[in-house]
Design a protein around this ligand. Structure first.
Ligand code: 6R9
Length: 688
């Protein structure tokens, strides 16, 4: 059973903080104080929720949070069962709400929540809302790439469409536990396909439609789906991307390796391409519009165990091929619904827009499941945020009267009013205090709290995030842990550090949304996440905690880069580069990038005798685009006659990072290098 300490370190901090004037009603109007004024230290920069906001907030005070948080860690079974009971279960879970081993030293790691409970997440997202009288409420507002193209679906209509796809899948033989790969852009058909899988107990594996054929093939070969769901093409900005061609290439690649897929259900996306010009393989390919509408709009639910898998989502790690993160049904359902509700202070009248693509975890938990479980109205946007101009985002906010806007800290200023907004959210990378202020002052008119949510594909839902209204925020800090989450900061030896400190961010004991394994590789799950610091889940992120107990995420401490919120392993980019016959060796590091947060910077050593050339530089970049996807293309190739290595042959990335960011006076000790001379060579080639 979950063994939990009664009082965690951070609780003591919040307790002391709770005596700050942060309770509802007592909150002085301090907003004026913080606007525009530079404070001595970021840590002392408190932004209080306004009286108006706090008065209506679900969690109006730090005290209230504290009460709930305390219960969530002292009595997790009671806390989460009470919440879970608000959903529909065909039959309730057993006496053991949670069972886990989070400590690798005690044997294999495992996590179970609500085991024995029988439910269905699609039923809870759709039927439950329709049955409670919300059938006519809009579930999705969809905005197309081109201005003027939009559509919407009520909960009743969404349910019908999901049932038709579910019936089709069942009819072609997809059963509970079977994998289904979905390779679709942000059409409503994407969440529809996910929900259809969930309805029949199939395990969806959404692959972001910006991944290349090679990446798609790799994922198909790993999870061996019965069917792939896609569309013929999509317009991104002014460019048409032929997704079906990419799927064709991926399917023939996997067939060559003995994995053949029986069916490819293809949506005809007429705004991008007509069916007449789409390449076709008879017998395997089927037009969505030809078959799906012929199925009944009623589809019996497949009731599943809380611990039955819901989806796989591949994500990059610091080494090796992408990992299939596996989430199960019950705990994920309860966790995404609860985090959505509290972190965004969700009310039924809200209009919610999350700019993430369903190809990433944010689109799973906070475009699809979390909001629909709450019966929310969700805006989905097909296109790029700056198409046809940088004002597009704010047009959409105004058009749909968006009240909650959740995005990555990559934004564009404009002239439009954003009166409807009341809560802002940020995810994907650390938001620096000046970007925070811009988001707060310009986008939110200094009135909307910002929920800076720290979490990961692996965590399923928010882990450290502000609960707007409950306590003052500090620009750049994700604030405090969500209910049930016990963050721990450890030093390099894995020893927990108390109080004000910085180190590696870990979590002690499970929360309902924890991932359960890496698909087909439980050993890698244990090695990657539970072995580095025995006793804890290791996030891969660095973090500090200030004197008031606020958490400040500082970014990855492993070799993972975050480009515009897309997680990319340096090892993946390196292996794409070295697959080029003229590339002998490559080392990739992240560098600060004005627009993308982090950019990809590649040091490349060529095969002996090959001269540097612009053409080769372009070819190397194309190789990465083709093998991973355009978003992983290096921003810079730095020619490297040699790489700085230790005597044992380990590349010293610390030095490469300094060279990449031109902090040449901060190279540190280079005496341990096998050949210190390579550093000078690299510096000499910096601008070539
Ligand atoms: C949800 C998502 C996870 C990595 C994570 C961290 C970074 C995410 C953040 C943040 C600072 C935040 N990250 N949110 N860093 N502040 N609010 O992005 O999942 O794609 O798996 O990436 O993103 O480095 O470890 P995922």
């Amino acid at each position: 059973n979950c063994s939990l300490n009664t009082t965690t370190n951070h609780l003591r901090h919040v307790e002391s903080m709770a005596v700050l004037p942060s309770g509802a009603g007592k909150i002085p109007r301090l907003n004026a104080v913080i606007l525009g004024e530079a404070l001595a230290s970021e840590e002392d920069d408190l932004v209080f929720p306004s009286d108006d906001f706090a008065r209506q907030a679900l969690l109006p005070s730090a005290q209230k949070y504290l009460e709930m948080y305390k219960r969530s860690v002292e009595d997790p079974a009671g806390f989460w069962s009470d919440i879970a009971s608000q959903f529909l279960w065909k039959s309730k879970w057993g006496d053991t709400v949670c069972s886990e081993n989070f400590d690798i030293r005690n044997g294999n790691v495992y996590v179970q929540w609500f085991k024995g409970g029988i439910t269905n997440i699609c039923y809870n997202c759709l039927d439950r809302n329709v049955d409670s009288g919300n059938g006519d409420k809009i579930a999705f507002h969809w905005e197309g790439n081109e201005r003027g193209f939009h559509d919407s679906l009520t909960y009743t209509q969404l349910l019908s469409q999901v049932c038709q796809v579910a019936n089709y899948l069942r009819d072609i033989g997809v059963k509970k536990g079977d994998a289904v790969v979905i390779y679709l852009p942000m059409l409503m058909e994407l969440p529809i396909a996910m929900l259809a899988c969930a309805r029949i107990g199939a395990v969806h594996s959404v692959v972001f439609a910006g991944f290349s054929a090679d990446s798609l093939a790799q994922r198909i070969m790993d999870c061996k789906p019965k069917v792939v769901l896609t569309c013929n093409a999509v317009k991104r900005g002014s460019k048409v991307i032929h997704l079906k061609d990419i799927v064709d290439a991926a399917l023939s690649e996997s067939a060559k390796n003995g994995i053949s897929v029986d069916a490819c259900l293809t949506y005809e996306n007429r705004s991008a391409m007509m069916r007449e010009t789409t390449k076709w393989q008879d017998g395997r390919d089927i037009w969505w519009q030809d078959v799906v509408p012929t199925y009944s709009t009623i589809c019996e639910v497949e009731w599943v165990d809380a611990e039955d898998p819901l989806f796989l989502l591949y994500t990059s790690g610091s080494t090796g091929k992408p990992k299939g993160v596996l989430h199960t049904t019950g705990g994920y359902m309860v966790y995404t619904a609860t985090t959505f509700k509290y972190a965004f202070d969700y009310k039924p009248s809200d209009i919610y827009w999350c700019t993430a693509d369903c190809g990433w975890i944010t689109g799973h938990s906070y475009v699809t499941y979390g909001p629909l479980l709450n019966g929310a109205t969700v805006v989905i946007y097909e296109g790029a945020p700056n198409y046809p101009d940088p004002g597009r985002c704010w047009d959409i906010v105004d058009k749909f009267k968006v009240t909650i806007f959740y995005t990555a800290p990559t934004l564009y200023v404009t002239r439009y009013s954003r009166k409807s907004l009341r809560v802002l959210g940020s995810v994907g990378e650390p938001i620096n205090p000046s970007a925070w202020r811009w988001f707060f002052n310009v986008v939110g008119d200094s009135r909307c709290p910002i929920s800076d949510t720290w979490w990961q594909t692996e965590t399923g839902g928010f882990m450290i995030a502000p609960l707007p209204g409950a306590w003052p925020q500090k620009p750049g800090s994700a604030t405090f842990p969500f209910f049930g989450v016990q963050p721990v900061i450890v030093d390099e030896k894995g020893v927990e550090i108390e109080g004000e400190c910085s180190g590696y961010l870990c979590v002690k004991s499970s929360w309902p949304g924890t991932f359960r394994t890496l698909y087909g590789d439980h050993e890698r799950y244990e090695t990657t996440y539970f072995k580095p610091f025995p006793g804890y889940y290791f996030s891969g992120d660095g973090c500090s905690r200030d004197k008031d107990g606020y958490y400040w995420l500082t970014g990855r401490v492993d070799d993972v880069i975050n480009v515009s919120g897309h997680r990319i392993g340096t090892a993946e980019v390196e292996s794409a580069l070295v697959s080029h016959p003229q590339c002998a060796e490559a080392a990739v590091v992240g560098v600060e990038h004005e627009v993308k947060g982090q950019g990809i910077y590649a040091f490349v050593t060529l095969v002996d005798g090959i001269p540097y050339s612009e053409e080769l530089r372009r070819n190397l970049i194309t190789t990465v685009r083709n093998q991973i996807g355009p978003f992983a293309a290096p921003d810079r190739i730095h020619w490297a006659p040699g790489l700085p290595k230790t005597r044992s042959g380990k590349i010293m990335r610390r030095i490469l990072r300094k060279i990449a960011s031109r902090q040449l006076d901060e190279l540190g000790d280079t005496s341990t290098l096998a050949d210190p001379g390579v550093v000078d060579q690299l510096i000499a080639l910096a601008d070539c």
